[in-house]
Ligand binder design. Structure first.
Ligand SMILES: [Zn+2]
Length: 218
């Protein structure tokens, strides 16, 4: 079944014209996630990327048991796509498979260090003002760049989920209601790309209007 999700998601990638390739963890904007949805016969494949800040409110590596519990709870919620992205009952959709995980820069090995350094040189330090660094400290840090703790401190994390649904009547998926925003208080927006027989269509779904009208697709 993994293969069938991948096949459907390949369609999404083709529609995105390489957008996925350009996306990097450090390029994400806190508050904004991406949701790709591909209609393929009676199947709907979905892929979600969301900043750790949106889902659990932090992006450092979870150390305390409370933080680890937050991550585990979030992964469990992310594994229930029809609660987060609910569709009309008339469509008769059910979840064939769902997977969710936390991705972190810390998983990169030492061999990535050079590339990592380049990324950090272009990093917007404003994001980290709350960490209490002065500009002077940053200059010092950038000079002595062999400090592993620094990488952890400035690293971003993202939650990644993949779903495969099967629907008795996919044409009835005329509206998606985003419980996602109720589940995750720091999430403000999802950039949604829908791929159907008619091609790729981009939408923005925001916290204050958490639904997506898909009637134009059918
Ligand atoms: Zn981030």
């Amino acid at each position: 079944m993994i293969k069938s999700v991948s096949a459907a998601l390949l369609l999404i990638s083709a529609g995105a014209v390489g957008a996925e390739d350009a996306r990097q963890l450090e390029a994400h904007e806190h508050g904004v996630g991406q949701l790709d949805i591909a209609f393929d016969g009676d199947r709907i494949a979905m892929e979600l990327h969301a900043p750790g800040a949106d889902i659990v409110g932090f992006e450092y590596a979870a150390q305390s048991s409370a933080d680890r519990a937050k991550v585990d709870a979030a992964v469990a919620i992310l594994a229930r796509p029809l609660d987060l992205f609910s569709v009309p009952a008339a469509a008769g959709c059910s979840v064939v498979e769902a997977s969710a995980s936390l991705e972190s820069e810390a998983e990169h090995g030492d061999e990535d260090h050079a590339a990592h350094k380049d990324e950090e040189e272009g990093h917007d330090h404003e994001d980290h003002a709350e960490e209490g660094h002065t500009d002077e400290e940053h200059a010092e840090h950038d000079k002595d760049h062999d400090d592993d703790a620094h990488a952890e401190e400035t690293g971003h994390t993202e939650f990644h989920a993949e779903y495969l649904l099967t629907c008795a009547d996919p044409a009835q998926v005329t509206l998606i209601t985003f419980g996602y925003f109720e589940a995750f208080a720091n999430a403000l927006e999802l950039e949604v790309q829908v791929l159907s027989e008619g091609g790729a269509t981009a939408f923005e779904v925001k916290r204050d209007a958490p639904s997506l009208d898909l009637r134009s697709l059918f």
